[in-house]
Design a protein around this ligand. Structure first.
Ligand code: FES
Length: 108
């Protein structure tokens, strides 16, 4: 996906390119950030499970939570909180914004 960056935020793509259920990852200052369209809202969190070093991208999303594919930990998209073992620590959250139909992420 085409990513351009300025000092504050990273362009993810247009809303039209990212329908409900869509997931992608963008690089933000060397950190991989997962962006998910869940029920029409965009959520962004660090693309890294806090149990072990494993990407969350591609995990199943339901009930507002994404499941790590490695051992099944679940994280709440809205808060980053770990909701299921074996993870206990939260995942870092990022802010999403939509401007003129374009989705951006920035640090919280
Ligand atoms: S690495 Fe994600 S649950 Fe173990």
């Amino acid at each position: 996906m085409n990513v351009t960056q300025n000092s504050e935020r990273v362009r993810v793509g247009t809303q039209g390119e990212m329908p409900e259920g869509f997931q992608t990852a963008v690089d933000m200052d060397g950190i991989s950030v997962l962006v998910v369209n869940y029920e029409g809202r965009f959520y962004a969190l660090r693309n890294n499970c806090t149990h072990q070093d494993y990407p969350l991208l591609g995990g199943e999303v339901s009930m507002g939570r994404i499941t790590c594919q490695k051992h099944g930990a679940k994280f709440e998209l809205a808060t980053g909180k770990a909701k299921s073992l074996p993870a206990v620590k939260p995942v870092r959250l990022f802010r999403t914004e939509i401007e003129d139909g374009v989705v951006y992420v920035s640090a919280l």
